[in-house]
Design a protein around this ligand. Structure first.
Ligand SMILES: Cc1cc2nc3c(=O)[nH]c(=O)nc-3n(C[C@H](O)[C@H](O)[C@H](O)COP(=O)(O)O)c2cc1C
Length: 185
């Protein structure tokens, strides 16, 4: 029997009622049984300052070790001003320091985005893909899980109720698992 894969998920929003956090929780429920999705909250990661990068806060040490232990990464993010939210970029920047200690190196990764706007955070997805080049990650290309008008896709408790979106999330997870197993061979 194949060993259970570990996927680490994190959201690019700190909001308690974040649609992207809800999307990650939906992914955890839709995940197939041979895979475990752990969700990490980046809340509490301070603003990165290179002067103190050799004195990592506990929260960042924890983040880095969870990234290292994971077989693959799943990011759900909103788009802020047509790009990646600062808190997400900050968390990624912190995790890749000091130079040469990049836990994302060679990890497979998948992206989802939810937004109240009509483009569903698509522009943030493309900026993230650019960041993955330098991180030396292996992103999967599809399906592109882009959730526009998120306010209509979740109920008031944050459950993903839109069946079409559920189908795309399930397909993305399946592709991430297949891609991860392929890269492990
Ligand atoms: C600073 C800021 C910038 C935003 N810029 C965009 C944007 O460029 N495109 C977009 O579709 N939505 C934008 N939004 C709206 C977000 O899509 C919306 O707040 C969404 O709910 C955030 O995701 P969350 O629910 O996971 O926190 C912006 C929101 C904020 C707070």
């Amino acid at each position: 029997m194949e060993t259970k894969l570990k996927i680490l998920g994190f959201a690019g929003s700190l909001r308690i009622a974040s649609y992207n956090k809800s999307l990650l929780r939906a992914a955890a429920n839709l995940m197939q049984e041979d895979t475990n999705l752990e969700i990490f909250d980046i809340y509490g990661i301070p603003a990165f300052n290179q002067d103190t990068e050799n004195n990592m806060p506990e929260k960042v040490k924890d983040f880095k070790s969870k990234i290292r232990e994971a077989d693959a990464i799943l990011i759900a993010t909103p788009e802020y001003n047509y790009s990646v939210p600062g808190v997400l970029k900050n968390a990624i920047d912190f995790a890749t320091r000091p130079y040469g200690d990049n836990p994302f190196n060679e990890k497979p990764v998948a992206i989802m985005s939810a937004s109240v706007g009509m483009l569903g955070g698509a522009r943030a997805q493309y900026h993230l893909r650019q960041i993955f080049v330098y991180l030396n990650m292996h992103p999967i290309n599809g399906p592109e899980v882009i959730v526009p008008f998120a306010q209509n896709k979740f109920d008031t408790s944050g459950n993903l109720v839109d069946e079409n979106t559920q189908m795309f999330v399930r397909q993305l997870l399946q592709n991430l698992v297949n891609w991860t197993r392929k890269l492990k061979q």
